[in-house]
Design a protein around this ligand. Structure first.
Ligand SMILES: Nc1ncnc2c1ncn2[C@@H]1O[C@H](COP(=O)(O)OP(=O)(O)OP(=O)(O)O)[C@@H](O)[C@H]1O
Ligand SMILES: [Mg+2]
Length: 438
């Protein structure tokens, strides 16, 4: 297989094609959802690997696991051709080319593995997830010297208007190329008309609202107005790296039921100082409660060697039928959640803020999702509670004020935690139930 063959199967357009001609040491492809940014970056890596024997290339994302769900899939299914003879070596976490080039993969949640060696090109997928420190640490590792260029490249959907990537682009430290839906031949024909896939995909994006619409449909770097947890949510503070949770820490399960909307189950542990740590999440549409229960049992491994302690309480949304299903399948009683919104939001907000010791009293594990809902991801809906706070906003229509009512959207995970937090902070202890065995 030659470069000409690759070019025959792939051609970059618009903003994406600038990646292939730019000599900038740092560059980012930005744009709304599905414009072909990641495909372009991966084709670019493959081009160098094929043409320069011994090239050392690296693809990173904030977590290694998310790379397995995204970049590696596109790379294997769309970019690599069997005739190239490229193989993935699990132990080394790298693709090896017959000519000695490698493309390694890694998560910046475990930087020591990848940052102890040097590279020619590093590609950061969904670069907005990174801290600026992560990005800069990568740039210092670009000194292998196996290619005529050294480059730090990346892609992202737009994020908030104060994001470091936008700032870096404005300061001319990083070149930013804008991409559009029209640049992706899967969505638009060359004459500017939409393909059937384009119609399908863009109609999904048209269902988004607020900042999600602005960012994923229009490609704008905008911040949400009136975020419910604006003064309390801080991903740097509230999202933490996972650690083994001691068996003595009491466990809880919190539920928000849904089928068309996501069903959410959160596993929480309480540390000896009363902090709540949400360490695992199911966030999934179109699956029956009884099937969720099987998954809950499977991952909790209650009663097995090395399994988790049984939860002390199951706090659930009120739907009687869904509660009964959970009780029957898990063999434990549920407690109906205290659902009032306004005091619940205040209780959540106060736990999310830093307490006197500098730590919040509600935290989330970074890799908490059991399985990503592909359909939600494809439609750029949140796929986890961790993606909600930025688009969960106050309803400011018709003269309503901040603090009156939130817009009932992008709130499924946050609602689940509101129920959980209310159980600890708003429900008098005399009316609490425990997860008695059914
Ligand atoms: N030039 C092209 N030729 C053929 N297919 C393409 C081209 N560009 C993109 N695609 C296809 O379009 C789909 C979306 O592309 P890709 O995942 O690169 O988009 P993206 O901009 O990274 O999306 P997101 O914003 O969601 O990360 C993929 O299936 C990809 O293979
Ligand atoms: Mg992408």
């Amino acid at each position: 297989m030659t470069v000409a063959d690759i070019e025959e199967t792939y051609r970059p357009y618009g903003g994406n094609s600038q990646l292939f001609t730019s000599k900038q040491p740092e560059l980012i492809l930005s744009g709304p959802a599905g414009t072909g940014k990641s495909r372009a970056n991966l084709e670019y890596l493959n081009y160098w690997a094929m043409n320069y024997p011994g090239a050392r290339l690296l693809m990173v994302r904030k977590t290694r696991r998310s790379l397995g769900e995204s970049g590696m899939v596109t790379f294997e299914q769309k970019v690599l051709h069997p005739a190239q003879g490229v193989r993935f070596y699990h132990s080394a976490q790298q693709y090896r080319y017959p000519n000695g080039s490698i493309l390694a993969v890694g998560g910046l949640d475990k930087p020591s593995k990848i940052m102890s060696t040097d590279w020619d090109i590093i590609y950061a997928q969904e670069a907005t997830e990174l801290e600026e420190d992560d990005w800069e640490t990568c740039t210092i590792r670009l000194r292998w010297g196996g290619l005529p260029i050294q480059q730090m490249i990346g892609d992202c959907n737009p994020a908030q208007s104060t994001h470091w990537i936008l700032q870096r682009a404005r300061d001319s430290k990083t070149e930013m190329y804008e991409t559009r839906h029209e640049d992706n031949p899967m969505l638009f024909n060359r004459d500017g008309t939409m393909t059937p896939e384009g119609e399908r995909y863009l109609s999904k994006l048209d269902n988004l609202t607020g900042v999600r619409y602005a960012r994923y449909r229009l490609g704008l770097w905008v911040s949400a107005e009136g975020m419910v947890y604006e003064d309390s949510w801080d991903p740097k503070r509230n999202i933490i790296n996972p650690f083994p949770i001691p068996d003595e820490w009491p466990r809880y399960l919190w539920f928000d039921f849904g089928f068309t909307h996501p069903f959410v189950c959160h596993w929480a542990a309480q540390d000896p100082d009363g902090r709540l740590i949400v360490y695992r999440e199911i966030y999934m549409t179109k699956r029956l409660v009884e099937d969720h229960c099987k998954d809950i049992r499977r991952v909790s491994r209650w009663g097995e060697k090395g399994g988790e302690p049984l939860p002390r309480a199951l706090i659930a949304d009120h739907d009687a039928e869904d509660r009964a299903t959970v009780e029957r399948h898990l063999g434990m009683y549920t407690t109906p959640a205290h659902k009032s919104v306004s005091d619940g939001i205040q209780a959540m907000a106060s736990r999310l803020r830093a307490a006197g010791d500098g730590k919040p009293r509600l935290m989330y594990f970074r890799n908490l999702l059991v399985e990503r809902d592909r359909e939600l991801a494809d439609a750029k809906q949140p796929t986890s509670v961790l993606e909600e706070p930025e688009s969960y906003i106050w309803d400011l229509r018709q003269g309503a004020k901040k603090g009156d009512q939130p817009v009932k959207e992008y709130d499924h995970g946050m609602d689940t935690d509101r129920y959980g937090v209310a159980y600890f902070d708003l429900v008098p202890s005399t009316v609490k139930y425990s997860a008695r065995i059914y």
